[in-house]
Write a protein that binds this ligand. Structure first.
Ligand code: SF4
Length: 81
C-alpha cells in the first residue's frame, strides 16, 4: 500500500511533537489505556492508531509512541494530561 506524502502542516506538527520531550511513564500508560478503550482507535499490524487525529498511519503515528510525547494531544480531549 502506498502512503501519501505528509502535508506541510503535518510535517510541522510531527516535528513539534517529536522534539517536545517525554511525559512520565504512568501518564503515557494512562493515555494508552484511554485510547485502547476509545471508539476511535484501530489496531493494524499489532500497533494502535487514532482515526481522528488526521495523521497517516506511519511508525511515529502509532499511539504507543504518541502517548509518550508531551506535545501530543487527543483530538477528542479524552486525555487528562
Ligand atoms: S487519541 Fe483520543 S480520540 Fe484518538 S484513540 Fe486516543 S483517546 Fe481516542
Amino acid at each position: 500500500m502506498k502512503i501519501a506524502p505528509l502535508t506541510p502542516a503535518q510535517v510541522g506538527s510531527f516535528a513539534k511533537t517529536v522534539v517536545s520531550g517525554d511525559v512520565a511513564l504512568p501518564i503515557a500508560e494512562k493515555r494508552l489505556a484511554v485510547c485502547h478503550a476509545c471508539e476511535y482507535h484501530v489496531v493494524e499490524r499489532s500497533f494502535t492508531f487514532c482515526t481522528e487525529c488526521g495523521c497517516p498511519r506511519r511508525k511515529r503515528a502509532r499511539l504507543e509512541y504518541k502517548v509518550r510525547k508531551k506535545g501530543a494531544t487527543c483530538p477528542k480531549g479524552k486525555w487528562d494530561e
